[in-house]
Design a protein around this ligand. Sequence first.
Ligand code: ASP
Ligand code: MG
Length: 421
Amino acid sequence: MQVYKFGGASIATPERMEALLPVIKEAKQPVILVVSAFGKTTNALELIVDNACKGDKQNALKLVHELEQQHVDYAKTILDEEHYKMAHAALNEYFTELQWAIDGADAARYDHSYDQVVCMGEILSTRIFSYYLAQRGFSHEWIDVRDVLRTDDTYRDAKVDWEYSQKQAQDIIGRQLKAGKSIVTQGFIGATADNTSVTLGREGSDYTAALLAAMLGLEAVTIWKDVPGLLNADPKEFKGTVKIEAITYHEVIEMAYYGAQVIHPKTIKPLQNNNIPLYVKCFLDKNLKGTVIQNEVNSIFYPPLIVLKKDQVLLQVTTRDFSFITEDNLSSIYSILHDLKIKVNLIQNAAISFVACVDRKEDKVQELMDILSKDYKVFRNEDVQLLTIRHYTPEILFDLTKSRYILLEQKTRQTVQVIMK
Ligand code: ASP
Ligand code: MG
């Protein structure tokens, strides 16, 4: 048995959803289908919660109305009358829930408000998907994954309570699978012990798929994408990308960590820990071979794996009185970063200074600058990019940096990282 994960792009239009049917029917049954919100819905919901928290509830409700219309139109296109009726009733209920979430939105609890609003995207899409599959005679059960995945209350990045969730997964999902029933459920969301909705971090549906497979001891996870498999670089950024046939968990977790948008970084650990292979396949042509990610692969030859992280800021932190940067300074700087939940993408320290490359999230970076400025001189370099190449060659490094202004370069035998403009 396995888990299939369908992202927002794979169900973005009714035509695309219809095209998934042969893919699903060909799966060994029963199968768990973990599904994202329709393409762009999560972004739309983010805008709605922003408006609601800014106090512009009027605009928030206008945007909700548009979103509702899109979902209703989608359902109308893909469902026959009987199923549309049921879907419509469900959508009505969910949009009422969404309005409550907007009424309750509060800037002082932004992350909490965010999760109550944004979690609805997956609920909506999976309901429509489920009615469509029922209409096409695919026997399954729709499950609200918030009854399965229990988390803490770190809103927008909730941590899963493994023990409790595994028990729930076995009780709720495992039982259905044993009875031969497939499952349709949501990626990306969960709930706290008091049933408050949470999200697991943007693009978190991959992670949900991995969690469920691991908790239930399933054979494999397949992520269905609109590309032929895992590529060595983002084809939107680089020419001549190549597809990778097989790659280890280790390589992929490194790529994801450096910022490759391929697979959610948290996905790999539960799979690696339980030795469950992950396939990346193309829903546009299910006969393409795709990529397998597993513990060991036969070929140890990899093409250069290239990751470009844009919108970076390079901070330089220097002591004011020429005293050395010591472990004490580093530890206090790190605890400030930790408190602000800022992830450092690259660091380097020298005698009296410390350099860190972070994502350009304006309010956070400014807050960090303000705190650090009390004790240090702080400079920032705007709008830099962080290029990471694993398995680099001098030629490829030269080629990708030749017309750039390089601010910093770090090399190990396997990996080179360059901060450049
Ligand atoms: N819908 C969520 C997002 O867009 C989760 C996902 O797609 O994996 O981030
Ligand atoms: Mg997605």
